[in-house]
Design a protein around this ligand. Sequence first.
Ligand SMILES: Cc1cc2nc3c(=O)[nH]c(=O)nc-3n(C[C@H](O)[C@H](O)[C@H](O)COP(=O)(O)O)c2cc1C
Length: 144
Amino acid sequence: MLCHLVYVSTAVAPMRDQDLAELLVQARANNERRAITGMLLYKDGRFIQILEGHEEQVQASFERIRKDERHTAVDLLWLRYAQYRDFPDWTMGFLNADEVDPETLKGYSPFLERDLRYEEFIQNSTEVHEMLQVFKENPGGLVK
Ligand SMILES: Cc1cc2nc3c(=O)[nH]c(=O)nc-3n(C[C@H](O)[C@H](O)[C@H](O)COP(=O)(O)O)c2cc1C
């Protein structure tokens, strides 16, 4: 069964461009093999990631990712069954929101103007999902 998993986490140390690039190469290669798609967002030392795919693959990937020592405070926001993938063409879309002009981000989501905080996400999961959708529909040069 297809499912979507979303979590937030905190980088143990600030991620440099090179660190993020390495992480993405590794993630995309693995995801392609496991038919996982999704999107990763990095901002102010926090990550939010959506993983989509077959339940067993998503669960297994998340178990590996949550043990990764590059981040901590890995909080699962939701795991839902879904009929479709939101990011069918992306083995892992990526946005480093720290590198985007804050004025530009304003148009995307109020979440990106503040810290990515777990409590707020839990209370506004629909908005979080919508935010991720916005990136899919209007990458506008933002998402690599
Ligand atoms: C924020 C973050 C997101 C990650 N996303 C993925 C991912 O989407 N897919 C993946 O396979 N690994 C991802 N990883 C890396 C895994 O934690 C793990 O290092 C990797 O899967 C191990 O790959 P290997 O078995 O090829 O060494 C992520 C790590 C971090 C810190």
